[in-house]
Ligand binder design. Structure first.
Ligand code: NAP
Length: 278
């Protein structure tokens, strides 16, 4: 198979012998040698995003976070968080150019090693039931698609040069609901995640010649605010591992995909669902 690479395109080579070993500790050693990696993370304030920011920060990465709320140092314990936070409503595509400019300002010409498109919404009825293809309003369809699909496209496009400079990695957070009807996740949410999974494949193809890897993770039910109240009681009996997942378990897979340990992995969607795809 040919990737049709132009001769002048630099694509990341295999990791050097010094990269072999635990990627978490390798990154910490690099920090001690003055080489810090940088991550742009959307939806860092809660849930999966929060656990991801915490894990990368413990490995010594610099986190540039994006969310609607101002930075909350009490909840997000990573260093110089407030200076590296961009407050933005990612469901408003008109705000994206300004947000991207703010990220670039904070990077100040430095390479970007990872972009994690994690922020997402899953609107439900007031009593927590799923919004169906018959009952979802056009406003909800637009809000969900803008945040869950369009924002990842625009962020990746806008930060392309910085990602290319680092031979960086993009991780899109999709969902188990993208591949089957889910008892709580609505039609707009499910189709936005299916589209994001497809986008991951398209992006992996288009970004690979530039040395940028693009993968997705598809969580099942993870204990965060997004879950409907009776999710655990209703679904756990049918989950092979007989429990819902934790945000930390998701963060570890994201870390792997952004690390040198995954240097030859692109275009995948990793299920993190306790075995529900079996
Ligand atoms: N938990 C699960 O079971 C599960 C399963 C499958 C997939 N997922 C996916 O995993 C990702 C994270 O979910 P989670 O469970 O951790 O959700 P969560 O606890 O509800 O957190 C969502 C995050 O997204 C941010 N956010 C929401 N709307 C935003 C907007 N308009 N602009 C910018 N940021 C926004 C929130 O920050 P602010 O409120 O501060 O803006 C928050 O940090 C989502 O993409 C979700 O679809 C979750």
């Amino acid at each position: 198979m040919s990737l049709d690479l132009r001769n002048d395109e630099a694509v990341a080579g295999p990791p050097s012998a010094t990269d072999v070993g635990c990627p978490f500790h390798t990154d910490r050693v690099r920090i001690q040698q003055g080489e810090q990696k940088t991550l742009v993370l959307t939806g860092a304030s809660r849930g999966i995003g929060h656990a991801t920011g915490k894990l990368f920060s413990e490995a010594g990465w610099r986190i540039i976070s994006c969310a609607r709320q101002p930075f909350d140092g009490g909840r997000c314990p990573w260093e110089s968080g407030a200076d590296n936070h961009v407050q933005v409503d990612l469901s408003n595509h008109r705000m994206l150019p300004r947000a991207i400019a703010e990220v670039k300002e904070r990077l100040a010409g430095a390479p970007l090693h990872a972009l994690i498109n994690n922020a997402g919404i899953s609107p439900k009825t007031p009593n927590g039931a799923r919004l169906t293809a018959l009952t979802t309003s056009v406003e909800t369809w637009m809000r969900v698609f803008h945040l869950n699909l369009v924002a990842p496209i625009l962020l990746a496009q806008g930060l392309f040069d910085e990602l290319k400079a680092a031979s960086g990695s993009i991780v899109n957070v999709t969902s188990i609901a993208g591949s089957r009807v889910h008892p709580f996740a609505g039609s707009a949410y499910a189709t936005s995640k299916a589209a994001l999974a497809c986008l991951t494949r398209e992006m992996a193809h288009d970004y690979a010649p530039h040395g940028i890897r693009v993968n997705a993770i598809a969580p099942g039910e993870i204990k965060t605010d997004i879950l409907s109240p009776n999710t655990e009681a209703r679904l756990v009996p049918n989950i092979p591992l007989r429990r819902v997942g934790t945000p930390e378990e998701v963060a570890k897979v994201i870390f792997f995909l952004c690390s040198d340990a995954a240097s030859y992995v692109t275009g995948t969607e990793v299920p993190i669902n306790g075995g529900q795809h079996l």
